[in-house]
Design a protein. Structure first.
Length: 221
């Protein structure tokens, strides 16, 4: 069975199990961008607290954030951890937005995806996962986001090596799947759900995993 058929079957199974994910939960592209930085090395529940602090001060706004003191921003996002570092990274992201589109995010439509990705990766503190999350969830570009959850699931099922790097793992999907942002969003969100709910780092619950039917049918042979 080809990789395309396997990955498509897995996607359809997860869609049937979970339906539409509704991920990324945000009210604006800027909020997604902030969340993509804030979620680095922390849980989403902590990000929600930091975002709530910013919303309480009406700071999910480019001009307000761009003119804000970095130390004050750091205190507001403290629940997300590494708050001083993340404040610097958010400021760097805002500086980039100011330079390339004057803070008017819809103007980023003028850039192609590869150009945008290159520019994002040049921002200090923005790595491939953060850049692709911004592209996919904030800018609706077909950038497949992979993470440790993705690596864990597919290496456990023998489809990739545990040491596979980010871009190789990303290509494992993008080389054979249709280039559709909507599909990439749902696929990533569902894999996160599987990893958190069943395919845990320790003591995975394989017997109740939504992917167990493939194993029972020798799907991966």
């Amino acid at each position: 069975m080809s990789r395309e058929v396997k990955l498509t079957a897995i996607y359809k199974t997860l869609q049937a199990a979970f339906g539409e994910s509704g991920w990324w939960p945000a009210q604006s592209p800027l909020e997604v961008m902030l969340g993509a930085v804030l979620t680095q090395n922390t849980s989403w529940s902590n990000v929600e607290k930091a975002i709530a602090n910013l919303k309480a001060e009406k700071l999910i706004d480019f001009s307000a954030l761009n003119s804000m003191n970095e130390d004050e921003l750091a205190q507001l996002i403290r629940p997300a951890g590494f708050f001083r570092l993340k404040a610097r990274r958010i400021k760097a992201l805002l500086n980039w937005l100011d330079r390339c589109c004057g803070g008017d995010i819809p103007k980023l439509e003028a850039f192609n995806t590869a150009e945008l990705r290159g520019q994002l990766l040049n921002i200090k503190g923005v790595g491939p996962e953060t850049a692709d999350a911004i592209l996919l969830y904030a800018l609706n570009r077909p950038a497949f986001v992979v993470d440790e959850y993705t690596r864990r699931i597919f290496s456990r099922h023998g489809m990739v090596e545990p040491e596979i790097d980010y871009h190789e793992l990303q290509a494992f999907f993008t080389d054979v799947l249709p280039e559709e942002a909507s599909m990439f969003r749902e696929y990533h969100a569902h894999l996160v759900t599987v990893a958190k709910g069943w395919c845990k780092r320790r003591k995975p619950d394989c017997t109740r995993c939504p992917l167990r039917t493939f194993l029972e049918q020798d799907f991966y042979e």
